[in-house]
Design a protein around this ligand. Structure first.
Ligand code: GDP
Ligand code: IMO
Ligand code: MG
Length: 415
């Protein structure tokens, strides 16, 4: 395969950053296709740790061209700050991506006072609202200072917020000038890369259960992490995508508010949070912990379109005496195997669990699939079979080296 998507299948933080870094060795180009600096993708190798919010996780690899795609919303402050250490990286930004301006963060925080979604307060919702409302500013506006100032001041007035667009532009003027040669038409760039037969990875942020259309609405983000959104957001033909690697954490986590049917609050949740350091990279909030939820995972695989999975954080399962997996929901005395569309129904579902044997071994140094304990392999295979997809990778620790390749997804051929 030459063009592959990496997509979180739960509520974010599944290990997309880690898996993007692993697949980056073969990639020529990595495109972040949606979201903004609400994301937090951790990449670890040797003694290094990178927490990336807005740059694609392949930026660490000097041979990779990193692209911020048209479907993204970009906060210039985060962008210029985050790219600083990557002096020699090739980083390109779509002329059609939207700009998060400081007042979008103010509007996000204000709305949270009454709406309580538990957003990251990065201004994501208000910026996408302006986009859909046909009044937002795109990266192309930066190409002309006067035009930017007029447009940004007009948008601030629409929101009845004081904003000095001239001062804002001048704060970043030096960086903006340096960026201009790397502001590109991403659709055209990808088209040329496809014609050159290059390897392209599309890195999602958040997860399918946070998708604006298919997630646990309204407790979602304001973009579409699902695979099916990629062609529309990048500007490419859907059939050019050859595969999609769904990232599945071996249990579930969620940050922010909203229904979480398999959530647990006991000592196990506490232990998992501490062992796996389940705290949000962007906001520092403790992540909510739960058992694996096959009902929502099947939904995510179906609405998104997934060919392979990577099961991550498998090492953390050794905290469990028994592995509990939710296979169905109970709602009003009925068994259901789909995710209710209405949030009030979803908040009332009761999970039905199947218990599987756990393992207590430390698997964090195992490098081949065959050497995993039987219960670990059985669990991974149980998940893959239930979801009807192939296993490509198993992660047994946060570092790049702690990844077991079952199947190299780049080498999979269509048959
Ligand atoms: P992302 O948002 O999907 O990129 O995921 P995050 O990076 O926000 O969260 C995943 C966390 O788990 C990070 O701290 C990773 O370093 C860590 N991680 C990734 N894979 C593994 C794994 O297999 N085992 C353990 N213990 N940690 C992992
Ligand atoms: P990565 O890419 C986990 C959650 C927020 C909130 C909801 C809406 O690291 O997986 P927003 O600020 O996007 O309007 O918040 O979405 N959220 C994430 N949760 N991981 C993320 O990104 C998230 N990005 C947003 O906590 O519940
Ligand atoms: Mg994250």
């Amino acid at each position: 395969m030459k063009r592959i998507a990496i997509v979180g299948l739960q509520w974010g933080d599944e290990g997309k950053g880690k898996m993007t870094d692993v697949l980056a060795n073969k990639a020529d180009i990595i495109v972040r296709y949606q979201g903004g600096d609400n994301a937090g993708h951790t990449v670890k190798f040797d003694t290094y740790t990178y927490d990336l919010h807005i740059l694609p996780s392949g930026v660490i690899h000097p041979h990779v061209t990193s692209i911020l795609g048209p479907g993204m919303v970009i906060n210039l402050e985060t962008f210029f700050h985050e790219k600083k250490p990557f002096l020699n990286a090739s980083i390109k930004v779509s002329n059609r991506a939207h700009l998060i301006l400081p007042f979008h963060k103010t509007l996000d925080a204000k709305k949270e006072e009454t709406q309580h979604i538990g957003t990251t307060k990065k201004g994501i919702g208000p910026t996408y609202s302006d986009k859909i409302n046909r009044q937002g500013l795109r990266v192309a506006s930066l190409l002309n200072k006067t035009r930017f100032i007029d447009e940004a001041n007009a948008l601030a007035s629409l929101h009845h917020i004081e904003f000095d667009a001239k001062q804002y532009y001048e704060t970043y003027e030096k960086e903006i000038k340096a960026l201009i040669p790397n502001i590109i038409d991403v659709s055209k760039f990808i088209d040329e890369a496809v014609n050159k037969d290059q390897h392209i990875l599309f890195e999602g942020a958040q997860g399918v259960m946070l998708d604006i259309s298919h997630g646990t609405y309204p407790y979602v983000t304001s973009s579409s992490p699902s695979v099916s959104g990629i062609p529309a957001q990048v500007g490419m033909a859907p059939w050019l995508l050859e595969g999609a690697l769904g990232i599945v954490k071996a249990y579930s986590t969620r940050v922010g508010e909203g229904p979480f049917p398999t959530e647990i609050h006991d000592t196990l949740a506490h232990n998992i949070r501490e062992v796996a350091h389940e705290y949000g990279v962007t906001t520092g909030r403790p992540r909510r912990i739960g058992y694996l939820d096959l009902v929502s995972l099947k939904h995510a695989v179906r609405v998104s379109g997934i060919t392979h999975i990577a099961v991550t954080l498998l090492d953390v399962i050794s905290e469990m005496d028994v592995i509990q997996v939710c296979t169905q929901y109970q709602l009003d005395g009925q068994s259901i195997d789909e995710v209710p569309a209405h949030i009030e129904d979803l908040s009332r579902v009761k999970p039905v669990y199947e218990a599987l044997p756990s393992f207590k071994d430390d698997i964090s140094k195992i490098t081949t699939y065959a050497h995993l304990p039987k219960a670990a392999k059985d669990y991974v295979e149980y998940i893959a079979e239930a979801l009807g997809v192939d296993i490509a990778y198993v992660a047994v620790g946060p570092k790049r080296e702690q990844t077991i390749e079952v199947k190299n997804i780049w080498e999979v051929t269509g048959d």
